[in-house]
Design a protein around this ligand. Structure first.
Ligand code: GDP
Ligand code: ZN
Length: 459
């Protein structure tokens, strides 16, 4: 991502057709651009002005609303101009082209992905966690995810992280002050209740971590793969979970040749479910297309958070099933689902054995599907606590975890008889750096490039 501060412009609305579309420009000084686009007109700050958008030769491209937000009271903290026109891809391209042309003398250029939000971050309009929440709110796939994203966007997550940083800093300053008076070190921990303070920070951090980890679930969801012999009912189970006919169900073995992926939600958690081609031993009677499907299946299994292994409750495991089970990755939890209990006479139920959880259900008759939903939530680690969640990213969880590790080391230094206070202070400093990286106070430039580079253009 370029770091130059020349003015930028981009189409800010989704590609495709829509009632309206917005071209947005941002720069330190957009007065000249406005004068070039709308000669003789004045745009009252933060007011909508209905105005024709004209090409350089005077031809009308579109008519719409022009909105001018003088910096610093704007999204980016710079001057921002928004042109709301009709939302067709061609007309918006023409409008963007006109804006770029009108700004040519001021080096106006096309914005990079995420550059508007990056400028907002650099101009202190948002911190890093909030900037990430902008993208997460836009990308949210469920209502619960959107709610947690706006919670982070409002700064609630940043706020609790800041509090942890402050508490850690205060404790560290206390320790460092004591380091200057070695003869008093011994009494330090007692007098200041440093251990108690540290324990308080550790507890608070654990709480934030839980809120963030639950929120991360809403963001990432769970990757579920359905495997099993042809005809055991994988497509039927996917339909039962999704509540719609998303996969082809036929009584002919090997119908599902390609993977069918469907995102459904259970209590707001997106589940990305992949119905796989039935795994079979590769033999001469299997054509090339099916062979490719089978190989792809194992690829999906390797990436799964949970494997749903379907079996026919009337038949029991076959030799082919034993072979599948033997090939499962050891670290992925498996739910063994015995389907078609309407024929076998089993009751819908759950049974835990040492190797896996066993569920008895009928995909076709929709018996025991609720047991499966509950089991998926349990595996996801979902706890309904009712408290607000932060739509955290993996990056945030890693930083929180690392901060927690440093605080734990600090605690150990404080426990020792010869109380190594300098090491104690050093661990506090490392914990503080980790926490600060979440809100972007100490975030290297290359990481910023990665974070904002994942935005779409126009954000
Ligand atoms: P897949 O090849 O594993 O995807 O299996 P399908 O979902 O295509 O199902 C194969 C056949 O089994 C279809 O005729 C389904 O209607 C039938 N089937 C699936 N689930 C059940 C069930 O719970 N009970 C009964 N009786 N039939 C089922
Ligand atoms: Zn199928």
């Amino acid at each position: 991502m370029k770091l130059d501060t020349s003015p930028i412009a981009a189409i800010a609305t989704a590609s495709g057709r829509g009632g309206i579309g917005v071209v947005r420009a941002s720069g330190k000084e957009l007065g000249a651009l406005i004068a070039a686009l709308f000669p003789g007109a004045t745009l009252a700050p933060r007011h909508a002005t209905y105005i024709p958008f004209k090409a350089a030769n005077g031809d009308i491209i579109d008519e719409g609303l022009a909105l001018y937000f003088p910096g610093p009271h704007s999204y980016t903290g710079e001057d921002v101009l928004e042109l709301q026109g009709h939302g067709g891809p061609i007309v918006l391209q023409m409008l963007l082209g006109r804006v770029l042309e009108a700004g040519i003398s001021m080096d106006l250029r096309l914005a990079e992905p995420g550059e508007f939000t990056r400028r907002a971050f650099l101009n202190d309009k948002l911190d890093l966690a909030q900037a990430e929440a902008v993208a997460d709110l836009i990308d949210a796939s469920t209502e619960a995810a959107a709610k947690s994203a706006s919670q982070s966007l409002s700064g609630a997550f940043s706020q609790v992280v800041h509090t942890l940083v402050d508490q850690t800093t205060n404790l560290r300053m206390l320790v460092e002050a004591t380091l200057d008076f070695p003869e008093e070190e011994i009494d330090f921990l007692e007098k200041s209740n440093a251990r108690g303070q540290l324990a308080g920070i550790i507890t608070a951090l654990e709480h934030v971590f839980r809120q963030a980890a639950q929120g991360a679930l809403l963001r990432e969801g769970l990757n579920v793969v359905l495997v099993g012999q042809p005809n055991v009912g994988k497509s039927s189970l996917l339909n039962a979970l999704a509540g719609a006919d998303v996969a082809i169900v036929t009584p002919i073995a090997g119908t599902t040749r390609d993977k069918v992926s469907e995102t459904i939600q259970i209590e707001g958690i997106p589940l990305n479910i992949i119905d796989t081609a039935g795994i079979r031993a590769i033999s001469d009677e299997i054509d090339v297309v099916e062979r490719i499907g089978i190989e792809r299946t194992w690829g999906e299994v390797g990436k799964a958070d949970v494997i749903l292994h379907l079996l026919d409750a009337n038949l029991g495991p076959s030799a082919a099933d034993e072979a599948i089970v033997a090939a499962f990755p050891a670290n992925v939890p498996v739910v063994r689902i015995w389907n078609k209990i309407d024929l076998s006479g089993h009751k819908p139920s759950k049974d835990e054995s040492t190797d896996a959880v066993h569920l008895y259900l009928s995909a076709h008759e929709k018996l025991g599907i609720d047991l499966l939903r509950a089991e998926l939530l349990r595996i996801a680690g979902w706890q309904q606590t009712g408290e607000s969640l932060f739509l955290a990213r993996e990056r945030h969880l890693i930083a929180l975890r690392a901060a927690s590790d440093h605080l734990e080391l600090a605690r150990q230094h404080a426990m020792q008889d010869d109380q190594s206070l300098d090491l104690f202070a050093e661990e506090l400093r490392l914990a503080q750096d980790q926490l600060s990286s979440i809100t972007g106070q100490f975030t290297p430039d290359d990481l910023l490039g990665v974070i904002f580079g994942r935005f779409c253009i126009g954000k």
